[in-house]
Design a protein around this ligand. Structure first.
Ligand code: FRU
Length: 730
């Protein structure tokens, strides 16, 4: 689980990093401090914004002081306080705003002064038109317009603001060149229309009936229009009005000139986009001009129409640009949202993957623990099986011989005390066997089988004790396979009264003997070196020569599952140690007997009529192996029975076996010897020929491989109880 948390942490870190990489680069905050708020400033502000569209990393903060020094100072300080990276300032008056500008500059913030000037040197760059030149050019225009003769009024801009001072100086210097032009009054305005209106109105009231005024120069278009309003109200012939700013749009100076409300104006350039570019250049450390002079032009009746068209086209384009930007920002917003969504989805997928990986790892670990537990259980079981084997084998070797001793006649003559002592030994051996079983049972939780129990409690008639009866030549052969020499000796002592006994010390040797000698039955241990009893049993059952031989597994492996393993390997019986000799003998007898029953069945039939091998082995030998063997043997005999010289050796060779192997295999399966079967096959064929052909008895005798007709007749009579001639008669 700890591994899982570690993994989840790594995934989250990756997601976090990805998310942080997607964050936008650092933005520049640019503070814009406007001294006033009017259509000229509006135009400039929107140009600044459009300029910012070309720079993703620029944020603009606007402030307007509404012509108040105090307010502008406050606003500059507060912009600086919010952590702007650059200050653009149009100072209300030349001297009043300087301290605030100095404070910003001293903090290391670059300062661009634009359009209006101050008396401080602490600024980074200046951008603006030449107001002196503008005033001068307007003076020249007025002189020309009035044909060098006339009376004029000048209405000033805000006192102390640099454009007002400079425009006045330029204007007056130009006028001074034209003596026919007389400045009747210089009135104080403040750039706003109402102030101009009031000032001019007052002057007109004061100078009622005085000389006629030919032209009024307002220092901006709003001032000129304020003056016009006052003159309009006063009545009489209106003078000409000239202003400055020449803005495009509905109430802009260009249209006022076009509509002949103003006689002329002068374009006072806003150039907000150019101003912003300068700011970005400064912020990005690019080269820039410290002083930038903006160009301007006179608007008169002659060019107003063209200028209006041009300016309106520019405004239209700006409007389009604004809309385009709007759309672009909408798309960017959507993109941002989608990106966020993708990150969230990605994070969710990664978390899900982490979760799945965690679950997978958890199950993997659980499976591993389970495997280990099972492995441990297996090892434990093996250990206890081993231990019980170790205990059961000597127990068998005490219990079995003791039982055998107690049954001998010799012992019946022993003293009561001796018999009692032997009884104690016997009882306690049985008791010990019980304890071993219980112990194994408790440790492995399985069922310990004791197939011998019912025998042990009985006092059966003793098996033939060793040496009492010698088995005759024809007695069945039993092969004992066990690595423990004592067990082999003990088993031999039990079996040798009734059976011929062969011994092998492991499965491999056992297999060799089984093939060579083809015993009638095998008793085998399971836990043996080289080749264990289970594999040995399998090999026996697989081999065509030995497949019919019944196998009894005699083992200390007492658990039910061991017994199942034994039967699965093809064993015919399973007896656990310590075992009862009676049980073993009964089992052997039983297995051999069930085979004999089958043999009798065969013996009554001729080979030619032999039934399919399905009825052949009663024991659990693979029927198909026996089927194949019998039918091969049958074919061989039938094919060659005409040969009177045919020997058992020939038949054995034909079957790919030795004489002994063939003899014992055929005998075990059919109860007859190969020679007997050959003879039976010949006689059966003869019987068929007698009934179905017209051949003479002698001819038939030769044809079925008898060397002499008289011997054929004898054999025929022995087999069928009648002479061959009888068969011919029917
Ligand atoms: C705008 C304005 C203009 C004028 C300029 C002088 O605030 O009053 O009309 O030309 O400022 O700075």
């Amino acid at each position: 689980m700890r591994k899982y948390y570690h993994f989840a942490f790594i995934i989250l870190t990756i997601v976090g990093l990805l998310a942080s990489c997607s964050q936008e680069e650092k933005k520049y905050r640019i503070g814009v401090s406007q001294c006033s708020d009017d259509i000229w400033r509006d135009k400039q502000n929107s140009e600044l914004k459009i300029g910012a569209y070309f720079h993703d990393n620029v944020d603009l903060c606007f402030a307007a002081a509404y012509d108040s020094d105090e307010r502008q100072i406050q606003q500059i300080d507060s912009l600086v306080g919010t952590g702007i990276d650059l200050l653009i300032v149009a100072p209300n008056q030349v001297s009043t705003i300087s301290p605030a500008i100095d404070r910003a500059y001293d903090k290391g913030i670059p300062v661009i002064v634009f359009e209006r000037k101050t008396n401080t040197k602490k600024y980074t760059a200046y951008m603006g038109a030449d107001n002196y030149e503008m005033g001068h050019l307007m003076g020249e225009y007025v002189a020309t317009r009035l044909d060098e003769r006339g009376k004029i009024i000048e209405v000033m801009g805000l006192k102390g603001s640099s454009p007002a001072i400079e425009r006045h100086n330029g204007f007056r210097e130009a006028i001074a060149e034209h003596p026919g032009i007389q400045v009747v009054a210089t009135l104080q305005g403040d750039w706003t229309e109402p102030t101009a209106y009031n000032t001019v109105k007052q002057w007109l009231e004061k100078n009622k009936g005085a000389e006629k005024i030919d032209l009024v120069f307002g220092m901006n278009d709003r001032t000129a229009m304020g003056a016009r309003k006052a003159f309009d109200e006063a009545g009489g012939v209106l003078p000409l009005f000239c202003g400055i700013d020449g803005l495009p749009g509905e109430n802009g100076g260009i249209r006022l000139v076009q509509d002949s409300l103003l006689d002329a104006s002068y374009i006072y350039p806003t150039h907000g986009d150019q101003l912003l570019q300068l700011a970005v250049d400064i912020l990005e450390g690019k080269p820039y001009e410290k002083e930038t002079k903006l160009m301007s032009a006179l608007v008169t009746q002659e060019n107003a129409r063209v200028l209006l068209m041009e300016s309106e086209e520019i405004m239209r384009q700006s409007h389009n640009l604004e809309q385009l930007h709007e759309k672009a920002s909408q798309y960017l917003d959507q993109l941002g949202n989608q990106r966020t969504l993708i990150f969230v989805a990605l994070a969710a997928i990664l978390l899900l993957l982490a979760l799945l990986a965690g679950i997978y790892m958890y199950y993997l670990q659980r499976a591993r623990i389970q495997d280990e537990r099972m492995q441990m259980e297996r090892e434990q079981l093996d250990f206890y099986t081993q231990v019980s084997h170790e205990l059961r084998t000597p127990l068998s070797l005490i219990q079995g011989p003791l039982d055998q001793l107690l049954r001998t006649n010799d012992f019946r003559g022993a003293s009561d005390e001796a018999r009692e002592l032997f009884s104690i030994v016997r009882r306690n051996t049985h008791h010990l066997t019980g304890i071993v079983n219980k112990m194994l049972d408790a440790q492995v939780g399985g069922t310990v089988t004791d197939g011998n129990a019912h025998i042990e409690t009985q006092n059966l008639a003793s098996p033939a004790p060793a040496g009492e009866i010698k088995p005759d030549e024809d007695a069945p052969t039993v092969l004992i396979v066990d690595d423990n020499v004592d067990i082999r000796t003990y088993l031999r002592s039990i079996l040798q009264g009734q059976y011929r006994v062969l011994e092998a010390e492991d499965g491999k040797r056992g297999l060799e003997l089984a093939r060579e000698q083809v015993p009638d039955l095998i008793v085998s241990d399971v836990m043996m070196p080289v080749m264990n009893g289970l594999e040995f049993c399998q090999q026996v059952k697989k081999d065509g020569i030995s497949s019919h031989i019944p196998v009894i597994l005699l083992t200390a492996r007492a658990l039910e599952k061991h017994q199942i393993e034994g039967y699965e390997s093809g064993a015919d019986a399973y007896i656990t140690k310590p075992f009862s000799p009676e049980l073993l003998l009964a089992r052997i007898d039983n297995l051999l007997h069930s085979r004999h029953q089958l043999k009798d069945l065969w013996a009554t039939k001729s080979v030619a009529e032999a039934p399919a091998a399905s009825a052949v082995p009663a024991v659990a030998t693979p029927a198909s192996i026996e089927d194949a063997f019998i039918s091969r043997f049958k074919n061989l005999v039938e094919k060659r029975l005409a040969d009177s010289n045919l020997s058992v050796e020939d038949l054995a060779a034909g079957m790919g076996l030795s004489r002994v192997q063939l003899y014992r295999k055929v005998k075990a399966l059919t109860g007859s010897t190969p020679i007997d079967l050959l003879r039976k096959a010949r006689l059966a064929q003869a019987q068929r020929l007698l009934q179905e052909s017209t051949l003479s008895v002698s001819e038939i005798a030769y044809q079925v491989g008898f060397a002499s007709p008289s011997y054929f007749t004898k054999c025929y009579k022995d087999e069928f109880g009648t002479v061959p001639g009888e068969a011919r008669k029917t």
